[in-house]
Design a protein around this ligand. Structure first.
Ligand code: KIV
Ligand code: NA
Length: 265
């Protein structure tokens, strides 16, 4: 199989082919997502919520992200693997940011990193890119700044914030980022960003007029149940399927139905 590269992703935008992206945090899931033919796998710091049960993405560490990322990389043959640099391992200064990016690339074998923010982290983005590491930007609702925002509601509804977001997108493009994620912003603004910058813009809760879409894989599968924002389309109800399977197993064990003779040595 032909591996997806930043070059291929750019070609997709150029010819108007939408880019598909999903998260994964472990080997088994990543293998299925890759076999399905996804273009980009994001080892998101949403692992902090989905894998570890934290309320926010802030607690997950660089070591934990590297553990998740290396598990995903071992499973993937085709997809382009992007890893979130977690909160606290790049905001300090550009040297720290570069060191964290290099650790992720060296220790996990991933293909690129993602950082949240625009103008504020420009120096770090440039530094990481200068080391040859592809960088994906992330603007709009940036969960690492949740305590600054106070809520997970739609971002950039006001003109001033929308203007700053557009400027930040241009800055990220000028720095050399290969793509930008836009999270939970008005579709009209996302469309404008995707038309303004030449690099791929991938949306989550950013409408259909962008160059690709990303979702958290456990949300798409209906494994996470409480989280039902309007932007989420649930493609399966795995929670029900799993509950039934586990229930049947428990029943069979209790009833001495499992294991039977054929299942014994
Ligand atoms: O961590 C994550 O899952 C993300 C996506 C929602 C873009 O950053
Ligand atoms: Na993230």
């Amino acid at each position: 199989v032909k591996r997806i590269t930043t070059h291929i992703l750019q070609e997709m935008k150029n010819r108007g082919e939408k880019i598909s992206m999903l998260t994964a945090y472990d080997f088994s899931m990543a293998k299925i997502v890759d076999d399905a033919g996804i273009d980009i796998i994001l080892v998101g710091d949403s692992a902090s919520n989905v894998m570890a049960g934290h309320e926010t993405t802030l607690p997950i560490t660089l070591d934990q992200m590297i553990y998740h990322a290396s598990s995903v990389v071992r499973a993937v043959n085709r997809a382009f693997v992007v890893v979130d640099i977690p909160f606290g391992s790049y905001q300090g200064n550009s040297t720290e940011a570069l060191r964290s990016a290099i650790r992720i690339m060296k220790e996990s074998g991933a293909h690129a990193i993602k950082v949240e923010g625009g103008a504020e982290i420009k120096e770090s983005v440039v530094r990481i890119l200068s080391a040859g590491v592809p960088v994906m930007g992330h603007l709009g609702l940036t969960p690492q700044s949740i305590y600054k925002f106070g809520t997970y509601s739609v971002r950039a509804k006001e003109e001033s914030e929308a203007q700053k977001l557009l400027e930040d997108a241009k800055i990220l493009e000028e720095c050399g980022c290969f793509a930008i994620v836009l999270e939970k912003i008005p579709a009209k603004l996302a469309k404008k960003v995707a038309e303004t910058v030449s690099i791929p813009v991938i949306g989550i809760g950013a409408g259909g007029d962008v160059d690709g879409q990303v979702l958290v894989v456990h949300d798409l599968l209906g494994i996470t149940q409480e989280f039902k924002p309007r932007f989420l389309r649930q493609y399966a109800d795995l929670q029900s399927i799993m509950l039934e399977a586990f229930g049947n197993y428990i029943k069979d064990v209790k009833n001495r139905d499992f294991p039977n003779e054929k299942e014994s040595y």
